[in-house]
Design a protein around this ligand. Structure first.
Ligand SMILES: [Zn+2]
Ligand SMILES: [Zn+2]
Length: 349
């Protein structure tokens, strides 16, 4: 197969690594040439075809996989971190990730069988999910199936990516920008070098992971915390909006995201996303004139198709998105819990 490789110039390439059975299609793994060998930004989904594509792609950039010096991971999701362990095995490359996402990887690896499913079932019940939605989870638990989340075999990183840090990459200037929201430890990486085409209207290039994408709104739900207290105090959507503003202030000349395609006008895209979430918060507040559980709210919200047509697994994801918006509204003082309601209902303030 011929790998889809794009030369972005100035020692930066992207390799489209397929994600099997996923509408996103592929992850754009970036390769950055350094004085000590090539470094990858993300690695792709752990699948034999994806691995072959990555190997062929690194070759098309003029390198070999065993030459790889390091792996920088934007966040722990399997379409970004899936192949990291395999890359490290064949090349001896280090793997670096923000500590908050490393903590998720560690918890996922160490979770007892069934713990994940119990956590998910309890969380959905607390959100007001009906028995029809909970029954398959309970059956799976009773049958000893689906006891562990995906990513249990994910590699533990060797290094932390610290916020604001200038990374130790000989011959390159790459600064870590902590952008929590999509995950608690998501980072963007700012290549603080003149754009190779001398492009005006910003400085450098930004590897944006899933934080800033040209045509997709990344999923913002609740942080995965199967051992914690549900993280009541956490506000992932608030984190995400603050992270968007942070990236907007950087004003990179070009954005190199992990899906879709490279683009310019980061500031314009940031403003679109901020407006999108502001509009969504206002719609939800309208819906909360009538007290609703998170589940009832998600069935009333606008999605890309009617609720009846949303597949089972996507409904579970949709509810966490509704919960993230509820947290934000409560933080802003625009909604509150109805005292004594169980499962908890929320209403507009
Ligand atoms: Zn992701
Ligand atoms: Zn992704």
């Amino acid at each position: 197969m011929t790998p889809q490789v794009t030369d972005h110039k100035g020692g930066v390439w992207s390799i489209a690594v397929p994600i099997p059975d996923n509408p996103l299609g592929h992850t754009l793994v970036h390769l950055l040439e350094t004085g000590r060998g090539p470094v990858l930004v993300d690695t792709g989904w752990d699948d034999p075809d994806s691995w072959d594509t990555l190997v062929a792609g690194v070759g098309a950039c003029g390198f070999a996989v065993n030459d790889l010096h390091g792996v920088l991971i934007t966040h722990h999701h399997p379409d970004h971190h899936g192949l990291s362990g395999r890359v490290r095995e064949v090349s001896g490359a280090w793997i670096a990730m923000h500590a908050a996402d490393t903590a998720v990887v560690r918890r996922t690896r160490e979770a007892a069988p069934g713990q994940w499913l119990d956590h998910l079932t309890a969380r959905l019940a607390a959100a007001g999910a009906p028995d029809a939605h909970l029954a398959p989870l309970r059956e799976a638990r009773a049958g000893g199936r689906g006891g562990r989340p995906p990513g249990r075999g994910a590699a533990l990183p060797d290094r932390d990516i610290a916020p604001g840090e200038l990374l130790d990459l000989p011959g390159r200037r790459v600064r870590a920008v902590w952008t929590p929201g999509h995950t608690p430890g998501h980072v963007c990486l700012h290549l603080e070098e003149e754009h190779p085409s001398g492009r005006a209207g910003g400085f450098g290039r930004l590897f944006s992971g899933d934080h800033l994408l040209p045509g997709i709104t990344p999923h913002i739900g609740l942080y995965e915390d199967p051992e914690g207290d549900g993280g009541e105090a956490l506000d992932p959507l608030g984190d995400y909006l603050a992270s968007l503003e942070r990236v907007g202030r950087l004003a990179p000349a070009e954005v190199l995201p992990a899906h879709q395609h490279a683009f310019t006008d980061a500031g314009g895209r940031v403003r679109e996303l901020l407006a999108h979430h502001e509009a969504r918060l206002s719609q939800l507040r309208e819906l909360l004139r009538e007290p609703r559980t998170p589940w009832q709210l998600s069935t009333a919200m606008e999605w890309n198709r009617p609720w009846e047509q949303i597949p089972y697994a996507s409904r579970t994801i949709a509810v966490t998105e509704a919960e993230a918006h509820l947290r934000r509204l409560v933080k802003l003082g625009r909604a509150e819990r109805v005292a004594g309601s169980d499962p908890v209902r929320y209403q507009a303030v």
